[in-house]
Ligand binder design. Structure first.
Ligand code: SAH
Length: 233
C-alpha cells in the first residue's frame, strides 16, 4: 500500500488526518524498520506490506471512534501497534503503551521523545498492571496479544464503567467471541458493535470488536497469569 492509497482509504473511512501526520507515520515506519535490524520488532519488512498490515491495520481502530482527550491504553503494544499509530493520528489523546518486554518500551519511549509525542510507556505484565490501575481508562486497545477470553480478564479491571475495549481481530472472530461468552458475563462486559473490514491490497479480513464495560469488575480479577491460562473464564 503506497501513501496515496493509505490517504484514500482513510478518507473513505472518514478517519481524519493531516498530511504532517501521514509524514510522521512514514517516519515511524522507517524508525521501526531501522530498530528491527537491531532487535526483533516485526516480521513485516516490506514497506508496502508494512503500510497496509501495520499502519492502516492499526488506524482502522479509529473508525467511528473519538478518542480526543480520552485516556487510552494499548495492551501488549510490541513495536507500538496500534498505540503509536493512534497517538500520531490523535495527538490529543492521553496514550499509555504497555508491554512486558522492557526493550520494546525503552524503544517506544525514545521515539516518543524524538517525535515529542508525550506517550507514557510502561513495561509491566498486563495482569499486574490491571490490579493497580482499576477504572483508570476510557478506552483500551489490543492487537495480536491473546485470545479474547484471556484478554478480557487482563483489560476489564482497568476500564472505567462505560469505557470500551477495542479488540483488533482477524477473521476467526466468531469462534473467539463464542469462547469469551462466559468471561464477558463474569467481568461485566458487553459487545456493542463489530466493524468488519477487508484490507484493500491483501484482501485479508479484519474485525474491530467494541466491548463496553457495563458494571464494575470484581476485585478477584485479574488473577495471576498461570491461573488465567490454566482456567480461562
Ligand atoms: N500489538 C503489537 C504486538 C503484538 S505481539 C502488534 O500488533 O504488532 C504481542 C506483544 O504482547 C508482545 O510484545 C508481548 O511482549 C506482549 N505481551 C504478551 N502478553 C503480555 C502480558 N500479559 N502483559 C504485557 N504484555 C504482554
Amino acid at each position: 500500500m503506497d501513501r496515496n492509497t493509505l490517504v484514500g482509504q482513510l478518507e473513505l473511512l472518514n478517519i481524519s488526518f493531516t498530511s504532517s501526520q501521514i509524514d510522521n507515520l512514514f517516519l515511524f515506519m522507517e524508525d521501526t524498520l531501522e530498530a528491527n535490524t537491531r532487535f526483533n520488532l516485526t516480521a513485516i519488512k516490506d514497506r508496502d506490506e508494512f503500510v497496509e498490515k501495520m499502519i492502516f491495520d492499526s488506524a482502522i481502530a479509529l473508525y467511528d471512534l473519538d478518542i480526543d482527550n480520552k485516556k487510552i491504553i494499548d495492551i501488549g503494544t510490541g513495536a507500538g501497534f496500534p498505540g503509536m499509530v493512534l497517538k500520531i493520528l490523535r495527538p490529543n489523546a492521553d496514550v499509555t503503551l504497555l508491554d512486558s518486554t522492557k526493550k520494546k518500551i525503552d524503544h517506544l519511549n525514545e521515539l516518543s521523545n524524538k517525535y515529542d509525542l508525550k506517550i507514557s510507556g510502561i513495561s509491566e505484565r498486563a495482569e499486574v498492571f490491571a490490579r493497580k490501575n482499576v477504572e483508570k481508562f476510557d478506552y483500551a486497545f489490543a492487537r495480536a496479544v491473546s485470545s479474547l477470553n484471556i484478554l478480557l480478564e487482563l483489560i476489564a479491571p482497568i476500564l472505567k464503567v462505560g469505557g470500551t475495549f477495542v479488540a483488533l481481530k482477524g477473521k476467526n472472530v466468531d469462534v473467539e467471541i463464542k469462547e469469551a461468552k462466559n468471561a464477558l458475563k463474569i467481568l461485566g462486559l458487553e459487545i456493542t458493535k463489530i466493524n468488519n473490514f477487508t484490507l484493500p491490497i491483501s484482501k485479508e479480513e479484519r474485525n474491530i470488536v467494541l466491548i463496553k464495560k457495563i458494571k464494575p469488575t470484581s476485585n478477584k480479577y485479574s488473577r495471576e497469569y498461570n491461573q488465567i491460562k490454566k482456567r480461562p473464564l
